[in-house]
Design a protein around this ligand. Structure first.
Ligand SMILES: [Zn+2]
Length: 61
């Protein structure tokens, strides 16, 4: 039986880089804060899409 001492790793969902699944990888499954923010930004863009039924502000003359 072989004891695997290497940590498990996952691929960053944003850029695909392998990320070691260890407590030190604070942004896992992302490789970095940047990649995490990119992913969160994509979600936010979906979530907070500008509602189409929002009426334009009336001209205040
Ligand atoms: Zn990444």
């Amino acid at each position: 039986m072989t004891q695997v001492s290497q940590p498990r790793s996952v691929n960053c969902p944003t850029c695909g880089k392998p990320v070691p699944w260890i407590p030190e990888s604070v942004f896992r499954p992302f490789c970095s804060e940047r990649c995490r923010n990119i992913d969160l930004g994509a979600w936010a863009a979906e979530e907070y899409r500008v509602p189409e039924n929002e009426k334009p502000l009336p001209d205040d003359q």
